[in-house]
Design a protein around this ligand. Sequence first.
Ligand SMILES: NC(=O)c1ccc[n+]([C@@H]2O[C@H](COP(=O)([O-])OP(=O)(O)OC[C@H]3O[C@@H](n4cnc5c(N)ncnc54)[C@H](OP(=O)(O)O)[C@@H]3O)[C@@H](O)[C@H]2O)c1
Length: 232
Amino acid sequence: MKKIIIAGGTSGIGLATAKLFADKGAAVIVTGRSEEKLATARATAPGVTAIQLDSNNEAALKDFFEKTGEIHHLILTLSSSKGGGPFASMNLTDLRAGFDGKFWPHLQTIQSALPWITKNGSITIITAASSTARLTGTAGLAAINGALETMVPILAKELKPLRINAVSPGVIDTEWWDFLNKEEKNAAFENYSQAIAVGRIGNPQDVSNLIETIVNNSYINGAVLNINGGLV
Ligand SMILES: NC(=O)c1ccc[n+]([C@@H]2O[C@H](COP(=O)([O-])OP(=O)(O)OC[C@H]3O[C@@H](n4cnc5c(N)ncnc54)[C@H](OP(=O)(O)O)[C@@H]3O)[C@@H](O)[C@H]2O)c1
């Protein structure tokens, strides 16, 4: 049986991916910080094990992976929503929080997991279309996600035969957007829908289907695969 860890898998894209793999017979563990989201994951995905873990806590990560033992695939779907907005007025503390919420916990989690991933296993990270879309107000998000994307092909060489890839989504309807109130979110989604060639916002399942392909296809390696409905 495949053993899969989804760091930050208690909501959105991660939880959809957890359900997909669990339905197909994998042993899936999702991690996250808030009790509330862990409880939702347990209630909505009964076949999935949900464990409290902060991917910024090095000691807790090491302990977690030691207890979990050998794993086949690591998927990282964690981030904060910080780091967006026009550059001239950007609060750099917010951008630092954006790196603390996504860039550093990715590196920390991957380093902690490495000794435990089987040699023919894989790592999949989720970056973002902001790294290439050149949309105003996204320079900070582009920096965070671009930093991760540039590491992927290099790590594919360093970590071989382990595979590592990134999925780079456009606008996906998840809790990530909860920093906006309902009206703001609807207005943003309406605007984005007009800029997306397929004419709609993505859903978590659009992305989880691509993650499944990457995990299962042993010839995809060192790649950054876009999934944005034609946003760019
Ligand atoms: N939604 C979009 O439009 C979109 C677009 C492009 C890229 N992405 C990327 O896709 C990935 C998944 O996002 P999503 O939309 O599914 O967001 P989401 O629904 O907000 O899910 C984020 C998950 O990460 C967890 N998390 C955050 N920080 C963590 C930490 N330090 N340790 C452990 N877990 C942590 C959250 O749980 P806790 O808060 O309880 O820890 C939650 O389970 C992210 O990397 C995001 O940047 C999203």
